[in-house]
Each structure stands twice: as structure tokens, then as C-alpha cells.
Design a binder for this molecule. Structure first.
Ligand code: NAD
Length: 359
């Protein structure tokens, strides 16, 4: 009998974990797809679009029958309890932020892969949901800022006068930050960016932005590409540099994060009144505390004429492509762990070892 892969409807997200196009392009042999009715509606994929590719079922049947379950975020507790014994659940649990999740999952007789724990290696690049979602968020952040800004992004020379280009400051030049730089540059802004990793300098410059270097950053090459915690002395110097540049910026996109820790506060409250009236801060680090001291997670506030948007899930604003990309990442993982129609979770495999948070 072929293996069944079930996809549930998300309770609080517009995305769906697997799209019709994902299934069409899937190279997996001998698997059947079960999709919960309505799962793709909010992302623009109706049940009819899955016709001929998957069977539409209700949630109870999928929980009780699927061999592998794929979601974007964890199913609710009562649904976890309904999952068939031995099923592999593939989702995102952010266990690096919430260690209690492992204990919670230990109550259920299932195996769990957390997509956000897949190592950031070259081999696993095609499965990296953190990168695909961060890239969308960086792009959307700039579009949102451009829309809120009461000024142009590009330089304009018109018969009604000349307009100078907007200045964008990008704090943190990882995946989201680099995409924000590229998007802001395409819209014509003059862009400066901060990061603490030396590797980021060349990437920032190659996108046509200025890299602002604060000497003395700890850059740990053993941290898997992630930044490490900086000393308070370094952060104080960095905040002063940020303040000087923020005062001249029209838009600031905050993306600086240190995995598993609170985000560094790099824009202090007293920087805000120094900024030009109407300027916009989009804080993508909001869910881990924010890079701006005044950020409120999932809220938009206006202080001293400056709009501060705290939003760490802008990828959900683009659910169609975000679903396609998430689904492709999952399929690349499935291709890695399913051989000849059989699930083969090798515990000594680097990708499995990193992401299988419950065996
Ligand atoms: P992230 O979301 O954890 O952090 C965002 C950025 O904030 C990082 O670039 C980080 O260096 C920066 N940052 C942290 N503290 C800062 C501070 N005080 N000031 C300024 N910047 C600060 O990171 P991410 O975007 O998920 O990825 C980070 C890096 O991981 C990538 O740029 C890359 O080097 C590596 N990576 C590798 C792969 C791969 O090889 N498959 C895939 C994705 C990412």
C-alpha cells in the first residue's frame, strides 16, 4: 500500500503547506496526497485545484490515517492527540526559542521534524524554510515602508521640481536584510546596512549598499552562519552609530537577530524624535523583542510622527508564493527521507539529526 501524506488547514495562517503545483512537480513515487478541505483557500488554492492530484478529506480522517502530516505551524493540542501512532509530523516548532515544546510533544506517540531546525548547510539549502520566508518578509517590509512613507523612494527630476532619493537603513544583513537591501535599491533608495558578521560586508556591497562597520564585533564562525551575542560595550557603540544614521534615514528595516536569544535593541527610544517626521521603521525582529526599543509586536504605533510597525510574519501577506516556497522546501526534505516509497529516517544523517526533534 502506498504511503499517504496529509496536509491540514492552518488555524491562524493564510498559507498552506503543500500547493497543487508542489504536488504536480513532486518526484515522489508511490505516495498519495490527502488535503483537508479548504486548506488552500486563503492562499488562492481551492479544493478544485487539487483535483486529480490529491484526495480532499476532512481533518479527522487525515489525522487518523496519514503516515506523514505536513503543516506550517503545530496543529492544536486536540489535533495532536488525534494523530495516528507512528506518524511523522513535519511542521515548525521554533524549539530554539521555546525548549518546553519538546516536553509537550513527548506526550504524543508521533515523530516530529521541525523545518526550522534543518541545518543551514549547502546540502540543506533547498529545504531552508527560514531563508525562503525571510526573503519574502524582507521584500514585503520595503514595499510596506514605501507605501507608508509620505515621500518618494527614487530620485525624481520633474518640471515640478527635484526630489531627493529616500535613505534606507537596514539593520541586520542576513537573508531578510539582504532582500530588503535589494528591493530598496530597485526602488531607487540610497541604502546603508549594519551587520556583525564579516561575511555580510561583501554581500551588502555587492547589492550596491554601503556597509557600516562597527569595529570589534564578535564573529563566531562556529555558530553555523548565525550571529553570536555581542558585548554590551560593543552594542553601546553600535547604538550610537545607528542613532547617527537613523536621524538621516527615511526608512529603517530591522532584521537583526541572535538565534535563541532576545533580539538586540539597536534603536533606543531617544533616537525616534531625531528622525524626520513621517519616517517609517519596520521591525521584523518584533517577535523576539524588536531592534527598536519602542516596537510593539504585531502592532503599528506612531510616535513623534514616526510609524513603527512590529511584524515578524510579513511572509503571510504573500500567501501564494510563500506556500509554493514552503511546499518546495518540504518536498526537497521528503525526497531526502523517502526512498522507493518508504520512509527512511537515518539518525546519523546531518539533516535528520538536526531537525528530528522527537523520535
Ligand atoms: P538571523 O535571522 O538569525 O539574523 C539576521 C541578521 O542579523 C544576521 O545576518 C545577523 O548577523 C544579524 N545581526 C545579529 N546581531 C546583530 C547586531 N547586533 N547588529 C547587526 N546585525 C546583527 O539570520 P539569517 O538571516 O537567518 O541567516 C544568517 C546567516 O546564516 C546568513 O546570512 C548566512 O550566512 C547563513 N545562512 C546559510 C545558509 C546556507 O548555507 N544554507 C542558509 C541561510 C543562511
Amino acid at each position: 500500500m502506498s504511503m499517504t501524506i496529509g496536509v491540514l488547514k492552518e488555524s491562524a495562517d493564510k498559507r498552506v503547506a503543500i500547493t497543487p503545483d508542489n504536488i504536480k512537480r513532486s518526484k515522489l513515487k508511490d505516495v498519495s496526497w490527502w488535503i483537508e478541505s479548504g486548506a488552500g483557500n486563503d492562499a488562492g488554492f481551492e479544493d478544485k485545484h487539487y483535483a486529480g492530484l490529491a484526495t480532499i478529506k476532512d481533518k479527522g480522517a487525515i489525522l487518523a490515517g496519514a503516515d506523514i502530516l505536513v503543516t506550517i505551524f503545530s496543529p492544536a493540542d486536540e489535533d495532536l492527540a488525534g494523530i495516528k501512532e507512528g506518524t511523522l509530523l513535519i511542521s515548525q516548532f521554533r524549539s530554539y526559542q521555546d525548549p518546553g515544546i519538546i516536553e509537550k510533544l513527548s506526550k504524543y506517540p508521533i515523530r516530529v521534524i521541525s523545518m526550522d531546525m534543518i541545518p543551514r548547510t549547502t546540502l540543506a539549502q533547498s529545504m531552508d524554510v527560514l531563508s525562503s520566508m525571510a526573503s519574502i518578509a524582507g521584500y514585503r517590509a520595503v514595499l510596506m515602508a514605501a507605501q507608508k512613507l509620505p515621500r518618494y523612494f527614487p530620485m525624481m527630476i520633474t518640471s515640478a521640481g527635484s526630489i531627493r532619493p529616500a535613505k534606507a537603513l537596514i539593520i541586520g544583513a542576513g537573508v531578510a536584510g539582504l532582500q530588503a537591501i535589494a528591493t530598496a535599491r530597485k526602488l531607487g533608495a540610497v541604502v546603508e546596512a549594519f551587520d556583525v558578521r564579516q561575511a555580510a560586508k561583501e554581500e551588502v556591497q555587492s547589492l550596491g549598499a554601503k556597509f557600516v562597520e562597527v569595529p570589534g564585533a564578535a564573529d563566531d564562525k562556529g555558530a553555523g552562519g548565525y550571529a553570536v551575542q555581542q558585548t554590551e560595550e560593543f552594542l553601546t557603540r553600535q547604538r550610537a552609530e545607528v542613532q547617527a544614521r537613523a536621524a538621516k534615514s527615511d526608512v529603517i528595516i530591522c532584521t537583526a537577530q541572535v538565534r535563541g536569544r532576545k533580539a538586540p535593541v539597536l534603536i533606543e527610544a531617544d533616537t525616534i524624535p531625531l528622525m524626520r517626521h513621517g519616517s517609517v521603521i519596520i521591525d521584523l525582529a518584533a517577535s523576539t523583542g524588536g531592534n527598536c526599543a519602542l516596537t510593539q509586536n504585531d502592532k503599528t504605533i506612531v510616535i513623534s510622527g514616526i510609524t513603527i510597525i512590529g511584524n515578524s510574519s510579513l511572509e503571510t501577506e504573500m500567501p501564494e508564493d510563500a506556500s509554493q516556497m514552503y511546499g518546495n522546501n518540504v518536498l526537497n526534505l521528503l525526497n531526502h527521507i523517502i526512498k522507493e516509497g518508504v520512509l527512511n529516517l537515518k539518525l546519523d544523517d546531518e539533516i535528520v539529526k538536526g531537525s528530528l526533534i522527537k523520535t
